[in-house]
Design a protein around this ligand. Structure first.
Ligand code: ZN
Length: 138
């Protein structure tokens, strides 16, 4: 069995951003040389997510509106967590959107369903953060 590990780094200019990281994960898969197996992709921070969905701009705006209804950023004072920080909303958003995804690798490719793409969801950005890509197989 082969094993591959890489960290992808991001620094968003906005507090919240969704980034399609599918090309980065495909590059990792190519580098790994693995043809059959699994790729695990997870945010290494508790205020960011990795999830799979459609790369459609309307949907991305819908995520922003939906997440702001569930866990509005402001007022910061509404959250018990926000004594020394202001990112309670980002922790809650990350929990809803998930920590990681696992994708099957078949014949050297990510074995996606229709329109599936991998996203990094940043909810407390403007600083360097990373995603772990771990691939196992042969
Ligand atoms: Zn915090």
């Amino acid at each position: 069995m082969k094993s591959y590990r890489k960290e992808l780094w991001f620094q968003t200019s906005k507090r919240r951003e969704l980034i399609n990281i599918t090309p980065d994960v495909e590059k990792c898969l190519h580098e790994s040389g693995i043809k059959e197996g699994f790729v695990l992709c997870n945010a290494m921070h508790i205020t960011a997510s990795v999830f799979i969905n459609d790369d459609e701009s309307g949907l991305h705006k819908d995520y922003e509106k939906w997440l702001e209804k569930l866990a509005p950023e402001k007022p910061h004072s509404q959250y018990n967590h926000n004594t020394f920080e202001d990112n309670a909303d980002a922790h809650l958003k990350r929990t809803i959107m998930g920590r990681e995804v696992v994708v099957a690798i078949t014949a050297g490719k990510l074995d996606f369903g229709p329109w599936e793409q991998i996203f990094y969801g940043e909810f407390d950005g403007k600083r360097k953060k990373r995603v772990l890509v771990k691939i196992i197989g042969e």
